[in-house]
Each structure stands twice: as structure tokens, then as C-alpha cells.
Ligand binder design. Structure first.
Ligand code: SAH
Ligand code: SF4
Ligand code: F3S
Length: 474
């Protein structure tokens, strides 16, 4: 008999207690290679780097079970969609892809189609999938990834759908296997979840409460990346500046960053910083250690104080501007990237103009800009929406032109400069051209006489564009 479904509960997911997060360690040594013998799996991950890191854990488990990865969904025995819920467009993309697999699933009755990640944590989405997408065999969430081997074995019996999504605040699960997607860099979670509850955002409901990993576990993971020859670590958290608060630390992130830098790994980056919690001590540490890259992703979302307030961001445009100018004065070569939302329900033309003004003052190196997407169960989805979609799209276009102008202007300054680039491999379009990122986090496409994948090398910049630089290795 099929087991009962365990479905997500969004109201429960938004609750927060003061309890410390439970740390557990899981052992995968007993996993049988027979489950996946002669079988292939396909995984597609959407969304942020935290989700990419989860996808690497899922791949790690699949390969321990003996599955071999394949890049073509229709050649796979197990198809995993590790999804993102941040905007409706992202969800529709996944649902479209799963919709197109209906015939495939009918023709391959032994195959298993699986949805996990943030969409699986949404009550409305899971209901939609269960009623409209009979081809989906299995759904599990972000809080019980370690249950994959057991759930998959059940699903492979085809005795009914397997649905297990938990809506508690979340635990910390250590010692899970990992199959890294990059050979030159590695993602390291420093904390999970989010307690900020920005009014437009679904993440606090899909990822649970803010909880920090023990520092030793983080440093162990960095050392193992270093031992494997990787040159860069990317520390991950929805709001890394809050690291350690739940462990009773006052300046946890600055201290952690210092310890990470002391490991001697060549490059350290971190995503995402929240403007509200950024401390002067963090800037001191960035300044002190050359292996902490001088590029900062600092999402501002809007330049209007009225909108920022309605978003529950907890800072003003003036605070953001002073943070940026303080950092620029202390770390002159720092580069800034950001995220922006246009068309928030209460945003007027005057509010939007303030966003443009802020963008002109900050001259970001790169920005991710989005039209507001109402997320079911969040406060902003219930606010009265004052602008039609056509106006929002027009604002997005105006904003993007402005962003691209500043990005292009900033990049011009690099012409003739020599930048240190960590090469990620040959470019997809041309095998003679390599690509990688400079210390400033600029995407650089460059020529090189030998295969320089996974090494850091000097590249002279010969041409500049809005979102990339061209060069030649010296
Ligand atoms: N934790 C990060 C952001 C994570 S989500 C932070 O606080 O900065 C990544 C970006 O998606 C956000 O910065 C925001 O710009 C965008 N985003 C989140 N929810 C959205 C929504 N409902 N509609 C449109 N964009 C959204
Ligand atoms: Fe979402 Fe705000 Fe948390 Fe970022 S800080 S994940 S935008 S709620
Ligand atoms: Fe998307 Fe979830 Fe990340 S909603 S942005 S995958 S935390």
C-alpha cells in the first residue's frame, strides 16, 4: 500500500521559535549501489546558489546509490527537478518542462519523475502538481533531502506517489555526500533559512528559520575543497551578515570570514549580504585579507524609502548609499552588484525615479532586476497593486538601460589593465577561447595558448562590453 502524503503547510512554515537548531549527522555508508545499477539520473537545478549546492548533495547521493548522471532527461530512469519558487515565471518554466514529459512517462512506466527544492515547499504548488501533473511520482522538500534514498526506493516500486514535505523550522544536517559541479570552486553553506520576512519574498517559508552551521564544519569543508585543488570558496547564506547570531555570537560573520581567510585558500567570496546587518568589522576583515575578493553583492531592491518600508527591508536609501560610499573610501577598488525589484505593489512613478537616482549614484557593476511577482501567502501579494503590468515592464526596460550604461562605463576603465582570472574552462561557443572570473568578479573571455582550466592567470584586457571583458593571457 502507498503511504500517506506528507504535505507542506505554509502557515506552519512561517512560524519561528527561539529554539536552537538541531544539528544531526547522517551516515550514507550503508547505501546500496544496486539501487542504481545500470540506471541513469538526470537533474536540473533552478534558482540560487543554495539550491545549486543542494543539487550537488542530491547528485552525491544518487551516485553513491550507483546511478550514473546523464544530460538528456529522456534518457534517464530518474528525473529530478530541483526547483526555485522566487517568481511565478521560474515556476511556470518548471511546470512547462514537466508538462512536456507526460508522454515520456507513459512510454516509460518504470521511470521516476521527481520534484524537490523550493516549489515543493509551497502548499498551492504541490496541490496543483498532484491534481494536474499525474506524471510526477515523487515530491520531497528542502528540509528532508537526506531522505532521498529511502523515498526513491519507495517510488521505484510504483505503488503510488511518494510525497514527503516537512514544514518545520529546519535542522542542520552534516556529512551528506556531495558531487561538486565545478572543479575550480566550491559552494559552502554557512547558514540556512531566513528570518527577515521581506514582504514580497517566499524564501523564509521555503527554507525555514535562520540557522548557522558550526564554524568547525564550515572550515572542514573549506579545507577539503582546498585539498582537492579548488581555488575559490563561495560562502552561502540568504543573509550572511547574520551568521552566528543564533549561536550567541555578536560579530560572527566577521570572525568566520577571518578564519576562512586564514585557511589560505586563494579566493573567498560570499553571497548574499544584507545592507541592514553589514558591520564595520566585516569591512576591516575584507581589507586585511587579500584572499577575500573585493566584490560585494549587496541587494538594494529599491531607491524609495516608502517602498523599502513596505518591503520590510529595514534600511533607507540614505543608509545604503552611505554604506556604499564608506566601503568605496576604505576599499577603493571594490566592485558592487545588486538586485532590484520594479513594480512593487505600492510603487509610484516618483518611487521608481528614486530607484533610478540611486542607481546613478551607486553605478553598480552588474545588477539583477526583476518585475515584482506576487507569491502566495506573502504580505505583498495581498497589497493593492497600483500599476498595470505594461507600466512595470516599461520601468524594467528603462532601469535595465540605465544599469547597462553604468556597467559599460565601469568596464571601460579595465581596458589595458592586467587582471587575475580563475579560468573555468573553454567557452561554450569557441574552444580556443577560455572564460573565467577576475578578482573583481568580472566575466573575462580570453585567448590562451594552452589549456589553463582551473588555474589563476594574468590576462590583459583588450576589449570591454557591458557585461564581460575580452583579453589575452600573458
Ligand atoms: N537573500 C537575498 C535575496 C534572495 S532572492 C537578499 O535578501 O538580498 C534573490 C532576489 O530575487 C531578491 O534580491 C529579489 O530582488 C528577487 N525577488 C525575491 N522575491 C521576489 C518577488 N516576489 N518578485 C520579484 N523578485 C523577487
Ligand atoms: Fe527573501 Fe528578504 Fe530573506 Fe532575502 S532577506 S531571502 S529577500 S526574505
Ligand atoms: Fe529560489 Fe529557493 Fe533559492 S526560492 S532563489 S531556490 S532559496
Amino acid at each position: 500500500m502507498a503511504k500517506e502524503y506528507i504535505l507542506p503547510d505554509q502557515r506552519q512554515a512561517g512560524k519561528r521559535s527561539r529554539n536552537a537548531a538541531e544539528n544531526i549527522s547522517v551516515s550514507f555508508s550503508a547505501l546500496s549501489q544496486e539501487i542504481g545499477f545500470d540506471k541513469k539520473y538526470f537533474i536540473r537545478t533552478y534558482g540560487c546558489q543554495a539550491n545549486v549546492r543542494d543539487g550537488e548533495t542530491i547528485s552525491g547521493m544518487m551516485e553513491l546509490m550507483g546511478f550514473e548522471r546523464c544530460e538528456d532527461a529522456r534518457s534517464a530512469d530518474v528525473l529530478i527537478f530541483n526547483t526555485c519558487a522566487i517568481r511565478r515565471a521560474a515556476e511556470e518554466h518548471v511546470l512547462g518542462e514537466i508538462g512536456s514529459l507526460k508522454r515520456f512517462r507513459q512510454q516509460h512506466p518504470e521511470s521516476v519523475i521527481c520534484i524537490c527544492g523550493c516549489m515543493a515547499q509551497e502548499e498551492a504548488v504541490v496541490k496543483e502538481v498532484l491534481t494536474r501533473y499525474p506524471q510526477v511520482d515523487m515530491i520531497f522538500g528542502t528540509h528532508n533531502i537526506e531522505r532521498l534514498p529511502e523515498l526513491l526506493q519507495q517510488a521505484m516500486k510504483h505503488e503510488g506517489k511518494v510525497v514527503e514535505v516537512l514544514s518545520h523550522e529546519g535542522r542542520i544536517v552534516e556529512d551528506m555526500p556531495v558531487k561538486r559541479s565545478s572543479s575550480c570552486k566550491g559552494f559552502v553553506n554557512i547558514m540556512f533559512g531566513c528570518n527577515k520576512f521581506c514582504t514580497y519574498c517566499i524564501v523564509p517559508y521555503t527554507r525555514g528559520k535562520e540557522r548557522s552551521r558550526q564554524k568547525e564544519a564550515i572550515l572542514r569543508e573549506i579545507r577539503s575543497l582546498q585539498a582537492s585543488g579548488r581555488k575559490e570558496v563561495i560562502l552561502l547564506g540568504q543573509n550572511v551578515n547574520a551568521y552566528g547570531r543564533d549561536l550567541g555570537m555578536d560579530n560572527g560573520f566577521a570572525e568566520l570570514l577571518q578564519d576562512c581567510a586564514e585557511t589560505g585558500i586563494e579566493r573567498i567570496r560570499f553571497y548574499t549580504s544584507h545592507p541592514r546587518d553589514y558591520t564595520s568589522e566585516t569591512i576591516d576583515v575584507m581589507k586585511k585579507y587579500p584572499n577575500i575578493m573585493n566584490s560585494l553583492h549587496l541587494p538594494v531592491q529599491s531607491g524609495s524609502d516608502a517602498v523599502l518600508k513596505k518591503m520590510n527591508r529595514g534600511y533607507t536609501a540614505e543608509h545604503f548609499l552611505s554604506l556604499v560610499s564608506d566601503m568605496r573610501s576604505r576599499i577603493p577598488d571594490i566592485t558592487f552588484t545588486t538586485d532590484l525589484i520594479v513594480g512593487f505593489p505600492t510603487e509610484t512613478d516618483a518611487d521608481f525615479q528614486k530607484t533610478l537616482d540611486l542607481v546613478d549614484q551607486c553605478r553598480f557593476d552588474l545588477a539583477y532586476s526583476f518585475v515584482f511577482s506576487p507569491r502566495s501567502g506573502t504580505p505583498a501579494a495581498r497589497m493593492e497593486d497600483i500599476a498595470p503590468l505594461s507600466v512595470k515592464k516599461e520601468r524594467l526596460q528603462i532601469l535595465n538601460e540605465r544599469l547597462s550604461m553604468h556597467a559599460s562605463e565601469n568596464n571601460k576603465a579595465y581596458k589595458g589593465e592586467v587582471l587575475k582570472v580563475l579560468c573555468e574552462g573553454p567557452s561554450k561557443k569557441n574552444p580556443d577561447v577560455f572564460s573565467g572570473y577576475s578578482e573583481e568578479n568580472k566575466l573575462v573571455n580570453f585567448t590562451c595558448g594552452h589549456d589553463c582550466t582551473d588555474t589563476i592567470l594574468d590576462v590583459e584586457i583588450t576589449e570591454t562590453h557591458s557585461f564581460s571583458l575580452d583579453g589575452k593571457a600573458l
